[in-house]
Design a protein around this ligand. Structure first.
Ligand SMILES: Cc1cc2nc3c(=O)[nH]c(=O)nc-3n(C[C@H](O)[C@H](O)[C@H](O)COP(=O)(O)OP(=O)(O)OC[C@H]3O[C@@H](n4cnc5c(N)ncnc54)[C@H](O)[C@@H]3O)c2cc1C
Length: 420
């Protein structure tokens, strides 16, 4: 079968690999001249398999007024009366119900487990080098209420994958590079099995391997403009350079997936959640964090990544709702810069490589993986804050569902109908 993958971010590339591996002829189309130039370019690097905290939750709902009103808040709305945000927001409120949150966590954990084993398989069999490391992840909480809620949601038994509840003093003993006073913390949760890795380097390595595949064709630097239908079925896509025909199409265009869906005649609830990262090079001999660290209150992540043979600290966070605006706002970068100086004592005066990306986010924080209402079009998109973590499992599920393998039938928790 000839299958056209729309979008060459981490989701499109992993999908293309699984489809090519299954023997399909694959065509990859992207508007950029090279791969992973969207949200996958400089993300936080955390592979969070065991600790999933959906954005839509009763806790977020409670904090929403203070989150939206404080100028230094990690979350901000600058979208005016955007009808797309209003429809998305209404669904987000419904997704904050405890039953919906429980369902999301269970679904994410299952997909994360599949992703972990698929990432290990891919990186070993293809000999990909992207700094993959089981660094362990420490989540620190400043609010007692948030800490208590997180403790109740612990997903693995102690010892099973090393998930431990820590006192403030234990957090600081585990990660002495943190410049925090124990009195500032309510506690922490440490998951020894969590991993980190550079998503951009993974995508670059996978791109090279895909280029060696005879059954993979590339159409880069080419904008997908819209669908071409015949007899109620998607038969081609319209690009600036003509039509691309295929038997099936997989939509992996990140935040642009919803506009393509609209052109196909259906609603895809994916909204851009803008985030920022900076990348810091520690001074020689500096005492740096060894694990990845999440500051839950500030919604910031810090990861010691191996980039081009040296250790760099990737600091990422912020969740701004401002439609498709990809301009870097220096006041938002300043939040990351200040936090790095305060929490890690890092010198942020030099080059900090500021970057922003749009997370393709669904109201319930679950990706949409399944057939669309338009015949011939499959969706693998909307991975929000966990796209790097969930990419390989989502790609596996996509290839198995397209090939109608029986084990992929369980995926109704990711179907479009639960979200639209
Ligand atoms: C600041 C930040 C930190 C993050 N940290 C983490 C983390 O620590 N761990 C984690 O798991 N996840 C993290 N994420 C989330 C993760 O990066 C995303 O979920 C993931 O990159 C989404 O991948 P994607 O392939 O769906 O989208 P993208 O990478 O955006 O790819 C979409 C592709 O579609 C192409 N495209 C779009 N429109 C068109 C068109 N019309 N024609 C042709 N091509 C088109 C684009 O060029 C792009 O290449 C973070 C995200 C951000 C922004």
């Amino acid at each position: 079968m000839k299958i056209c993958v729309l979008g060459a971010g981490v989701i499109g590339l992993t999908t293309a690999w699984c489809l090519a591996e299954a023997g399909h002829d694959v065509v990859i189309v992207d508007r950029h001249a090279s791969t992973a130039k969207g949200a996958s370019a400089a993300n936080g690097g955390q592979l969070s398999y065991a600790f999933v905290a959906p954005l839509a939750s009763p806790a977020t709902l409670l904090k929403l007024p203070s989150l939206l009103l404080s100028p230094d808040s990690p979350m901000r709305i600058r979208a005016g009366l955007d009808p797309a945000l209003i429809s998305w927001g209404a669904r987000f409120l419904l997704a904050c119900r405890p039953a919906a949150v429980r369902e999301t966590i269970a679904a994410q954990l299952a997909l994360a487990a599949l992703s972990r084993s698929e990432l290990a398989r891919l990186s070993q069999s293809l000999m990909l080098s992207f700094g993959l490391r089981t660094a362990g992840k420490l989540v620190v909480f400043r609010s007692r209420r948030e800490f208590d809620t997180a403790r109740r949601m612990i997903t693995a038994k102690p010892g099973e994958d090393g998930q431990q509840v820590l006192t403030p003093a234990e957090c600081l003993a585990l990660e002495p590079a943190l410049r925090l006073d124990a009195s500032e913390l309510a506690g922490g949760i440490f998951t020894a099995s969590e991993q980190i890795g550079d998503c951009a380097a993974f995508c670059a390595g996978l791109t090279l391997r895909l280029r060696r595949q005879r059954n993979v064709e590339w159409i880069l630097g080419t904008e997908v403009i819209g669908p071409v239908r015949s007899g109620g079925r998607l038969v081609a896509i319209d690009t600036g350079n003509g039509h691309v025909q295929a038997d099936r199409f997989v939509l992996c265009m990140g935040t642009a997936s919803s506009a393509f869906a609209r052109a196909c005649g259906f609603y895809l609830p994916i909204y851009p959640l803008k985030g920022y990262s900076i990348t810091l090079t520690p001074a020689p001999g500096a005492h740096v964090i060894r694990h990845s660290v999440t500051d839950m209150e500030r919604k910031l992540v810090f990861a010691p990544l191996a980039l081009d043979g040296h250790t760099a600290i990737r600091v990422a966070g912020i969740a701004d709702l401002e439609s498709n605006n990809t301009t870097i706002d220096t006041s938002r970068v300043e939040i990351l810069r200040r936090a790095s100086a305060e929490l890690l004592g890092m010198n942020t005066a030099g080059d900090i490589e500021p970057w922003c990306g749009l997370r393709p986010t669904t109201p319930d924080s679950r990706p949409i993986i399944g057939w669309s209402p338009l015949d011939g079009l499959f969706i693998n998109s909307g991975h929000g804050m966990l796209g790097w973590t969930l990419a390989c499992g989502s790609a596996r599920l996509t290839a198995d569902m397209i090939d109608r393998k029986p084990e992929a039938n369980e995926a109704s928790v990711f179907a479009l109908r639960r979200a639209a």
